[in-house]
Design a protein around this ligand. Sequence first.
Ligand code: IPM
Ligand code: MN
Length: 358
Amino acid sequence: MDATFVLLPGDGIGPEIVSQARRVLELIATRFGHHFVFHEAMIGGCAIDATGDPLPPQTIELCKQSTGVLLGAVGGPRWDDPNAKTRPEAGLLRIRKELGLFANLRPIKAYDELIDASPLKRDVVQGTDILFFRELTGGIYFGPSSLEDLPGGGQRATSTMVYETREIERIFRMAAEAARQRRGKLTMVDKANVLEASRLWRRVCAELIESDFPDLDYEVILVDAMAMHLISRPTAFDVVVTENLFGDILTDEASMLPGSLGMLPSASLGAGGPGLFEPIHGSAPDIAGKGIANPLATILAAAMMLRHSCGLNEEAEAIERAVQDVLATGARTADLARDSQKVLSTIEMTDLVLAALQ
Ligand code: IPM
Ligand code: MN
């Protein structure tokens, strides 16, 4: 197949890990007889430095015309000034909106080989296999917000959680279809005891279950309780669907289950059009440029890109198997290494994945 991928290395360790994922994609093209074209573009802090805009128009254009977009990470202390005109993160929020990426899929899977790196007990974490669907283009992230000066001094800031029926329906449907392909269990997380927006979620989702997905084992859980259940009984969950901010927080919490943030990919999808694929971890400015970052989350994100944007399931599975095989041999980057284990560089780890893929 012919595919055009846009690479958005971004900031911090982004360039180091995206270049390694590209090597994996190039090998896949050779081994499976595909033709992949790569374009690189700017996003985040590096784009602010070069153009003043964290998401320059050329980047948006290239992405819209692509088969899929692979992003490294954005942000860093250099662009953290709260009074700055714009921030790297604004580029990320805008590309989600521009590409209509309303569904953020975050698989949380505990690798047997890495469980001892988890801060939680082995018997709690073992067997964890959750697929989060986080709504990504609505809610409090994109609702009306304002900042005003109060007459008597001080200020008032407002951020609003807004949802419409169709925004809830489209992501819920996607999550419910996924649950059907997995273990048939779906958990919807809200705060319906307090928030009007959550009460709409609860009604809309219940109606969809009744009309279209009566076969699913469906439950609703309040977000505060979910924060607890996630670490006390993570194996009880299969597919979890929730709104934007709750999903942001819960998936960071869940990312600790498997032991390392360095292993977790994510996919942002819309209704057709290119998806955006990235590691869950950030730009890790403290280790940027040292060549020691774990490339596996980005490599696994590239696998998700092949699966979701190209329908190349066999190729995606080949990458996922290669990663698993490499971990099984004891290969570890600094974030995963324990005790006396040898620490591999970003490139050495990728070399092993490439060898396993040959
Ligand atoms: C994420 C990040 C972003 C978000 C930030 C960087 C804007 O935390 O992808 O989870 O909050 O969505
Ligand atoms: Mn986040």
